[in-house]
Design a protein around this ligand. Sequence first.
Ligand code: CU
Length: 392
Amino acid sequence: MPRHLLLIGLLTFIGSSIIVIGLISGVYKDFILNSLSDNNTVISSTDSSDASIGGHVPGYPIGDTSGTIIDPIDQVVDSQNSVVDPEKYLREFNYGRVSTTPNGTTLREFTLVASDQLVKEISPGVSYNVWTFNGTVPGPTIRATEGDVVRINFVNNGSLPHSLHTHGIHPAEMDGVFEMISPGGKFTYEFVAEPFGVFPYHCHMTPLEEHIAHGLYGVYIVDPKSPRAPADEMVMVMNGYDTDFDTENNFYTVNGIPYYYMHHPIQIEKDKPVRLYLVNMLEFDPLNNFHLHANMFNYYPSGTSLQPDELTDIISLNQGERGIMEFKYKFPGKYMFHAHKTEFAEKGWMGTFFVDDKIATRNSSQIDNSPFYDTLNNSFVTKIPQTSGARM
Ligand SMILES: [Cu+2]
């Protein structure tokens, strides 16, 4: 047989093989994707053709996209195994053990224990080796007033060197960057709380990317000496988890558990001011954002001013950026908030506010800065006063 005919025959065979493989993989695409999901223990019991996946509000079905849908239909978060209880984390502010220094300044003392051996659920059924401050991701929110002395007893209970780097103004040796704290080591960070605002704290050991991605961060709030107006205060940390170690996040969350506030709406009161301390600690992705539905909010970048910079319904933040949002809802009902980066939203970074107009208006003298709405008892629970401390 002439050589050129042999070549044409060979090329025809290769071409038709590619077409057949293409058709087969198209037909079995869902099967292949589901198998991959199973291997990664990602919850994926949903059929992508079902228009009402996830039990979400009518008109907002979660459909299949370029990403794997990982929204558990019934989200029962196991508080024993879960990396954090987002219900509790949302409105928990730790004011430290309070005493007075000889010159009359308020001293707030905290203890932060770093560890890197815990395996916790970051979503129901999905376990991950989290690196934590005090056992949760995000770590506890610590709070002081401008001018207070903040003392943080840092303990490294992990197997790797860690440190504590807090944003804000302080001396070089309190910056937690060049002095690594070895496993089993301790260090006391002490500085004056300044300026007022909202700040992240996080481990600063290399490779930094790894220490942040695994969860070593939290929020530090400094109140102005003359306090902000009373409001329903809450903290939200935007983060992600790279569970297959390819330096791309598989899960995106606000307050540690993907989709948590979709299934457990945050109860707020109609016409009552809400103050939200927002921090972006997302690793690997350069930008994250927060979009509030059917409303606008005043935004205070870094929380360092009492005058808002803008009135908007969306704010985009790079890693480490943060600010304060203030808003109130005019109409009762259920409203979404989520990353306006669709991929992040559909991999877990979305939630809802439930605006209730039936909550009895409380006596204003009983209102402190951080009321907690107890969904079990259907009533507000008063938070600890700002000066009592001893929460950590
Ligand atoms: Cu670290």
